[in-house]
Design a protein around this ligand. Structure first.
Ligand SMILES: [Zn+2]
Length: 116
């Protein structure tokens, strides 16, 4: 029996609980992501986190411990508009997001984001 890994992570802005890889924190294009990160003055956040990760002797630390996560609500607050398809990268990671958020069907999401 394999234990389900704990994938809890937190929005770096409001602190709300997310799951690593869940659709509430989609992957954005660099331009939009940087705009949001700059809005919240989080530019140094990932850098500091990476430094901490490299210094740390805790090998159990993973990507999700150091990465910046921002929830959809905080993304849209920074942009002052709703997210659009042009804001998110076309990758399998975002498949669930485009289905949940834009209401695309599984087949449409496969077309948009590519197969796993
Ligand atoms: Zn948030």
């Amino acid at each position: 029996m394999t234990e389900k890994p704990d994938l809890t992570c937190y929005c770096s802005v409001c602190g709300r609980t997310l799951q690593y890889g869940d659709w509430q924190s989609p992957m954005l294009t660099d331009a939009v992501w940087h705009q949001i990160v700059a809005h919240y003055a989080l530019t140094g956040h990932e850098k500091r986190a990476t430094e901490f990760y490299q210094r740390s002797s805790a090998p159990e630390l993973s990507d999700r411990d150091v990465h910046t996560f921002i929830c959809i609500g905080c993304m849209e607050k920074a942009l002052q508009r709703r997210l659009t398809m042009a804001d998110v990268t076309a990758c399998p990671f975002n498949k669930e997001f485009v289905m949940e958020y834009f209401g695309f069907t599984k087949a449409e999401a496969d077309d948009l984001c590519g197969d796993d």
